[in-house]
Unconditional design. Structure first.
Length: 256
């Protein structure tokens, strides 16, 4: 009852896999000032991690966002047709030349890819040596496990052994714990399977602000002007216990 009460009216009752939902979410992010501040911070962090060069940067799952405002050479891709998209493609089969990218970037996307092994192999083909993958994804901490397990609509299964999961839809298929599984729990396995990719950095962040924003599905619980205050407050907390997200940076080596 509470969820229905605070559900955002623009997305109430819409199918997650309907392109209209992505279009509506883009509108929500633009109009909700507190939430837009969160995405702006994420985009600035991602842009700061990009290597120099003129080669293009590919964003996967770009439909609802505005990362192009922060990365001029950005090529925006999505799995279905929607406004402001340059390329329609699947993350495991990119219509790009070998070594043509200096980076792949994404926010809240990796944990929706049913076959991440195929994605990492395809990314290694398309990203030049010295290039990067930069992502911001859900992360497992004692606090986030409670939130993602009981208050979030997506599956969150840190105990599963298989990295994959059934594909039931572009956005409804997920395991929110997948980034933590791949880059933390199974880090040795990842390094063995993909020596092309070095895990350069994992930075934990944002215990509370995303919750207060209501995300893309709920009404905002805070006005936009309160964002800086809450960011300062949550930075005082031990991130290893309370963070809900992580910024992960992978660097492409010379290995084949």
């Amino acid at each position: 009852m509470l969820k229905n009460l605070i559900a955002h009216p623009l997305t109430r009752g819409l199918d997650l896999n309907d392109p209209l939902t992505t279009n509506r979410r883009r509108q929500i992010i633009s109009e909700k000032k507190f939430l837009k501040e969160i995405y702006a911070e994420w985009y600035r962090l991602i842009a700061a991690d990009l290597p120099d060069g003129s080669d293009p940067v590919l964003e996967i799952g770009a439909g609802a966002g505005f990362m192009g405002d922060y990365i001029p050479s950005l090529v925006a891709s999505e799995v279905f047709h929607c406004p402001n998209i340059d390329v329609v493609c699947d993350a495991t089969s990119l219509p790009l030349d070998d070594g043509s990218l200096r980076a792949i970037v994404m926010t809240d996307v990796l944990h929706h890819i049913p076959n991440v092994e195929s994605f990492f192999a395809e990314a290694a083909r398309c990203v030049r040596p010295g290039g990067v993958i930069v992502m911001i994804e859900p992360w497992l901490t004692p606090w986030s496990k409670l939130i993602y397990s009981y208050l979030h609509h997506e599956p969150f299964e840190p105990a599963v052994q298989d990295w994959g999961f059934p594909s039931r839809g572009a956005l409804s298929s997920a395991n929110g714990a997948l980034p933590w599984i791949v880059f933390h729990r199974d880090r040795t396995r990842f390094g063995r399977m993909f020596p092309q990719w070095e895990i350069q950095e994992i930075k934990l962040l944002m215990p509370f602000t995303y919750l207060l924003s209501g995300g893309v599905s709920l009404r905002s619980l805070m006005p936009g002007w309160a964002f800086r205050f809450w960011r300062q407050m949550e930075n005082l907390l031990p991130q290893a216990s309370f963070a809900m997200f992580a910024r992960v940076v992978l660097k492409r080596g010379n290995e084949i």
